[in-house]
Ligand binder design. Sequence first.
Ligand code: HEM
Length: 516
Amino acid sequence: MDAVTNTWTISCALVLVVCFWNMINMVWMRPKKLEKILRNQGLNGNKYRLLFGDMKEFSMFQRSRSKHIDIDNGEEVLSHVVPFPYHALQKHGRSFITWMGWNPRVTVMDPELIKEVLTNLNDFRKARGNPFINFIGTGIVTYEGDQWVKHRKLINPAFHVEKLKNMVPAFRLSCSEMLGKWEKLVSSNGSCELDVWPHLQALTSDVISRTAFGSSYEEGIRIFELIREQSIHTMQALQSLYIPGSMFLPTKRIKRMKAINKEVNLSIRNIIDKRLKEMKGGESNYQDLLGILLESNIKEVEQHQNKTHGMTIDEVIEECKLFYFAGQETTSSLLVWTMILLSRHQEWQSRAREEVLNVLGDKDIDMDRLNHLKVVNMIFYEVLRLYPPVIGTTRMAKKDITLGGFSLPSGVQIGLPIMLIHYDEHLWGSDAKQFNPNRFSDGISKATKNQLIYFPFGWGPRICIGQNFALLEAKMALSMILQKFSFEFSPSYAHAPHIVLTLQPKYGAPLILHKL
Ligand code: HEM
């Protein structure tokens, strides 16, 4: 062997040793060290198990659930939707450790700690999870620091009340198209059985296509179909352990996900190019999210005479993809659980309809009138409490920090279990697990006694940017449904809430609709 070959062999061996050492450190030494630190502070949880942590047990709990459950039994609902965290809470107490693979997560149930984590952006960042989630769209939801500040500032104008007001006709149009289809389905006796879930999904995708892309609505619908397929692939990928680098393997699923990404990006880029050309040609005053976003971006660049102040086209594309996913899946989930709970609680359905008919009459519904609906609002708040579309969120300690009495080393995740908190009897009282919109009759602060025990839209600086958009759309849809139909469960309805990124009804929502 000559000297060059010798040096080469030694270098390769060294690289291999370093890689091996890093790997051992990542999957064994670091988790064991963190486990010791966390346990010494009285935090309980399962012992760390090599590579998988709690993930195998997590899947086992999911698999052993019954097929469907009693809608009136809140305990059963909770243990069905989040079986593993529910079990961990019973077994290990109100702050507990779980293992997401080799990463420890400390879940906290104390409202003061939750507030601190969601408010303090200096010490806590969004947890870096499985990178497959990025296929759904990165955008503002994943950014940190200056990049997040810049994007939030540029996107905010798109969700101002005045802009939302202009979107109301688009909401109304999409809803009346859906109801037109329902009216055709009712038989001569004025009733029909219908699984409303796919219709509500189509409604919210239609709304987002119109309000995000306005005139480019047709292309918007195709993009939506691709994003829907992408979210199914993503969910499947998220259910298994992520091995670093596995994203680059040429498996069938990964190839399809990359192809979808390419097609979606290209379609959105074409829409943006067309729009920018129109804007250069003097057209302005776009009322859709994309138009408002591009205008806000152009203003920012002009103000600072510098392109680094605005977003790149690639960044705008990511934001558009995010609007689709964040805006569609969540609002359809809110609407379907509302129809399901109002089928179960007919007295609330009647109260809501009475209010809708009194406040809105049969005139065209506008934003001011929708804002006068009180019972409908109370119902939505209660549905979001018991069936939050996003059942929890996480953050990660950016550095070694103290949270309450706990010293958390840098990199430890903090679990903020929205659904567990919403069902907690210590925080909400003995009727926590029952459907009772009356608790919101004097608003959220009264119902929560000013504690952070209700956060279906998150909290703090990173609170959901689209919450007013979602609530306005949901109010429009429910009001128009209540004006035309009453509804009840079909005998084939089976209650089985499950998570496909958002909380969804596993067997759909077959209801009997009666034309009024
Ligand atoms: C019922 C409907 C909705 C629910 C329950 C919901 C829930 C949430 C939650 C819990 C968060 C915070 C996540 C965290 O802190 O980790 C969030 C953030 C966000 N949501 Fe929503 N959302 C809804 C509708 C929408 C809509 C309609 C849009 C846009 C069209 C949207 C866009 C966003 C964005 C961009 C963020 C990230 C904000 C940031 O990080 O600054 N959401 N949402």
